[in-house]
Design a protein around this ligand. Structure first.
Ligand code: GCV
Length: 690
């Protein structure tokens, strides 16, 4: 990685003298365990970071140094007696797997720093934490950091389509995985593993959940026939071993998306019926083979009976039967099936479907099945209510799927920061166990966790937009600790990525903080409307440009009003929430304004709490969104000369495009509302679409 494109892993020279001296005293000499692959990764990271930060090469000692000023010691108590001697066993015993302790200690009269854990993965996370502290110039003279991840599973889902090099909904360029060349490896894989591990991600699903949907043709016609399910073929699995070992050094387990019909596609059976004994035996043999090659394999992710993917319905079976048939094969190896709840069905209101399908199955899934649920009931819209499945599946392991990539929020062009949205979701009180049961409290335990659909690609800056790197960073940090505030995480990211200049930091934080609401305003009008996107075939246009006329079912515009009635008199969706949520959302008066039209179909001239009509608020919000983006662009422009030219120009150009697209959104939406409602904008800004 070069200095502009190394995201937040930038190690710039410490210039503050007292800090430099104190960092050198404790970190120039290092005594690091040498037993596990993770230890090698730790040493490599120190070799990269310390010369840049401190201006001197680290000296790695084979035994605890006695003549140095002090030193950095990294290992478990079993690895090194120096650590067992300097940190009481009780202080470490209660750390979870992945947890770590960083402590300033005095050892043999020397000022030392200890990074310790009960697992090697924990050491990796602890090392990155320490480097983060150095990067943002924290004092390390009296350190006492104790960290345990909130969730056991913190997974990245790559929607990369193997052999086509494309990424479904990826806006950071082609897939970084060069499947054709595996088992050959690229240094980019290691850099990616470093980025992920530095924020605590511990699993990666290597391929797209759509395993039978060929994306656009690859540059190499010989590979056009390939589809994602083929990764389960023996020779492809063998090719994965090298890639898996890169991630293994950073404590990241590999997973694969598999096709439900694999016994027919990969094997030679003539059915994939989950109750068929041969099918079950096939899955067992395949799982044995996978674990033979990839001992730390995490499990299979399955998208079944959704958007053209095969599933148990093909055989008249339900999702439990389908998921459990695959889970039994992984069970002896400690593997897990992540079974997606993103399904469609006969309901006219798509919001109803996931709950309607999965709630009746609660308690029947095998204990190594995790049902993976998108944050909202529709599909990663700029704003949706939280899925009612959270809290409804009390007897089922669940995972929450968030979208890091900006499919519906401006893709690789708009600066849209997702953390404020995720934070709202984490904090949403499901009332599952009475008041005070936020979503974040429902995802703990070995079987559950957080999943993010990745945004990384082959672009030099990884994510297509420099500011989109913040979404990847924030995902990892939020999955590690959903209690961290938006302010804290954003501040960490900005300081590491753009340095110590406070003016720069304040402006970028302000841009990020305001960006999501601005996007909601110009893309939806902000009252809970959604999915007014163009669904064009061009992959970079799909879900990008406005097209409210394309999917009227999602927003319910008609001459008499707008919004979708999801109350008892409509689709009944609101009843999927427990009280008092159902009551709140079901009432026009009590429903939060930002979700009003998601739950209610209201007359265009319905008066909101402050007396403004619905249509006027939609107009106002659309205009406010554009004005806000213009303001954010100005703020960015003012950083010229304070941010390096390369990044400044890139983001400035993106902002120009964003402003012009936001205007396009505003004009399309307001003209549409004007047309249907017949009500002019009080402020005379909206023209009728001729
Ligand atoms: C991977 C939406 C997206 C699809 C995606 C699907 C899913 O429909 O537009 O690209 O497919 O969700 O989450 O499975």
């Amino acid at each position: 990685m070069n200095q502009y494109d190394d995201c937040w892993l930038r190690y710039e020279r410490v210039t503050e003298n007292d800090r430099l001296e104190s960092y050198r005293r404790r970190c120039r000499h290092a005594y690091v365990a040498e037993k596990a692959p993770e230890h090698g990764a730790i040493r490599d990271e120190l070799r990269r970071a310390l010369p840049d930060l401190l201006g001197t090469e680290p000296h790695f000692w084979q035994h605890p140094p006695t003549t140095a000023d002090g030193f950095l010691a990294i290992g478990t108590p079993e690895d090194m007696t120096m650590i067992a001697d300097s940190v009481p066993a009780d202080d470490i015993a209660e750390l979870s797997s992945g947890g770590y302790l960083i402590r300033s200690v005095t050892w043999n009269g020397l000022d030392c720093l200890v990074v310790t854990a009960t697992t090697d993965r924990g050491l990796v996370y602890g090392t990155f934490h320490l480097l983060r502290l150095l990067n943002v110039r924290e004092s390390i003279g009296d350190l006492e950091v104790r960290q345990d991840p909130a969730y056991e599973n913190r997974l990245l889902n790559q929607w990369d389509t193997p052999f086509h090099r494309s990424v479904e909904r990826g806006y950071g360029g082609e897939s970084i995985f060069d499947w054709e060349r595996l088992p050959d490896l690229r240094t980019r894989y290691e850099d990616y593993a470093r980025l992920l591990a530095s924020v605590g991600i511990n699993g990666i699903v290597l391929n797209n959940v759509n395993t039978t949907k060929p994306a656009r043709a690859s540059a190499n016609a010989a590979f056009d026939e390939f589809e994602g399910w083929q990764l389960l073929e023996s020779r492809r699995l063998e090719d994965l071993t090298g890639l898996a070992s890169v991630f293994r050094r950073y404590g990241i387990r590999p997973y694969l998306s598999v096709n439900f019909a694999s016994p027919m596609l990969v094997g030679d059976l003539d059915t994939a019926d989950p109750l068929d004994k041969d099918v079950q035996a096939w899955w067992r043999r395949k799982a044995d083979e996978v674990y033979d090659l990839l001992p730390d394999f995490g499990g299979f992710l399955v998208k079944a009976d959704s958007e053209g993917q095969p599933g148990p319905y093909d055989y008249g079976r339900d999702h439990v039967t389908g998921a459990n048939a695959i889970a039994q094969a992984l069970k002896p190896h400690g593997g897990r099936v992540w079974w997606r709840a993103f399904v469609y069905g006969s309901h006219e209101d798509r919001a109803v479907q996931a709950y309607d399908t999965f709630e009746p199955l609660d308690g029947d899934f095998a204990d190594n099945v995790t049902v993976q649920i998108k944050n909202g009931p529709i599909d990663f819209q700029p704003r949706e209510p939280v899925s009612p499945l959270f809290g409804a599946l009390s007897e089922t392991a669940i995972g929450m799927e968030l979208q890091i990539t900006q499919e519906y929020t401006g893709q690789g062009v708009h600066a849209t920061y997702h953390l404020p949205m995720w934070k709202e979701v984490f904090e949403f009180d499901t009332h599952a166990d009475g008041a005070g049961t936020p979503v974040k409290s429902l995802l703990r335990g070995d079987e559950q966790g957080i999943v993010g659909v990745g945004n990384v690609g082959e672009d030099y800056n990884w994510t297509g937009h420099y500011l989109a790197q913040a979404n990847l960073y924030a995902f990892g940090r939020a999955a590690w600790s959903p209690d961290l505030s938006v302010e804290t995480v954003t501040d960490e990211w900005v300081r590491q990525t753009f340095g110590a200049d406070e003016t720069v930091g304040d402006v970028i934080k302000d841009i990020l903080r305001r960006s999501w609401e601005a996007c909601i305003d110009y893309e939806t009008g902000g009252l809970g409307l959604l999915h007014m996107m163009h669904n064009g075939e061009e992959h970079l246009e799909n879900h990008y440009y406005p097209s409210p006329e394309e999917w009227p079912g999602y927003h319910g515009a008609s001459e008499d009003g707008i919004g979708v009635d999801r109350t008892e008199s409509g689709s009944g969706y609101v009843a999927q929430y427990p009280e008092p949520i159902a009551d709140r959302y079901g009432s026009v008066e009590r429903c939060p304004e930002e979700l009003l039209l998601f739950f209610h179909h209201l007359p265009w001239d319905h008066e909101l709490e402050d007396g403004t009509t619905v249509v006027q608020r939609l107009y106002d919000n659309c205009f406010a969104g554009v004005d806000e983006v213009k303001r954010l662009r100005e703020r960015w422009h003012a950083l010229e000369g304070r941010v390096d030219e390369r990044r400044h120009r890139h983001v400035a150009e993106r902002f120009d495009e964003q402003v012009s697209n936001a205007q396009r959104w505003r004009d399309a939406l307001t003209a549409y509302f004007r047309e249907y409602s017949g009500i002019p904008d009080e402020r005379g800004r909206v023209r009728r679409d001729e």
